[in-house]
Write a protein that binds this ligand. Structure first.
Ligand SMILES: [Ca+2]
Length: 190
């Protein structure tokens, strides 16, 4: 049975790609006395009492704990963590999310790279269920670190409502071939 399990585990790792280390990726490391979440920092565009994060015990996707971000008014806030990556490489971000009370025409729950401008895939309502959210990204030729953001809202796209996150992961997809100078795509008007 152990051999079968090991084979399955190896197969899954090959299929999903090499996993990148995220500290406290399932939010199980919580100091119950201080209530502080290990390895993650909370930041908001507007620092107000109407935007905050919470740690919850029970009803998690994985383990005992998960986190949530709540905005009572429009805002853009996130839990962030710096993660080591390789240059010129594509990755897939994954997280389980629950989202509610986010207006449809807003950017809702998303997992993204801080200071990247690309509008991420987002979820506004999961009907009370955990839903897998995935997002791909590529590093550039000098990049060896990213700041991962578990986020409600985006740059210039404030939002309100509640989003919960659990079981975050990053998997390496493959190497990106940078364009050489003489292969640069010509930009012409049609
Ligand atoms: Ca968890």
């Amino acid at each position: 049975m152990i051999i079968i399990n090991l084979l399955c585990f190896t197969f899954i790792n090959i299929a999903r790609g090499e996993e990148v280390l995220i500290l406290n990726s399932s939010f199980e490391e919580v100091d119950e006395k201080t209530g502080e979440l290990a390895n993650w920092i909370y930041d908001a565009w507007q620092q107000t009492e109407t935007a905050n994060y919470s740690i919850h015990k029970g009803d998690a996707k994985t383990g005992d704990y998960f986190v949530s971000i709540t905005h009572l008014e429009d805002n853009d806030s996130r839990l962030i963590q710096k993660v080591k990556v390789e240059a010129n490489t594509s990755y897939k971000l994954s997280a389980w999310v629950r989202a509610t009370h986010i207006p449809d025409n807003h950017i809702g729950a998303n997992i993204s790279i801080l200071e990247a401008d690309d509008i991420p895939i987002s979820i506004c309502d999961t009907d009370g269920e955990w839903q897998l959210l995935e997002q791909t990204f590529e590093t550039d030729e000098q990049q060896t670190e990213i700041t991962l953001a578990l986020r409600l809202g985006f740059y210039g796209n404030v939002s309100k409502g509640m989003v919960a996150f659990d079981d975050v992961s990053i998997h390496r997809i493959g190497t990106v071939q940078p364009l050489k100078y003489n292969e640069t795509v010509e930009k012409k008007c049609l």
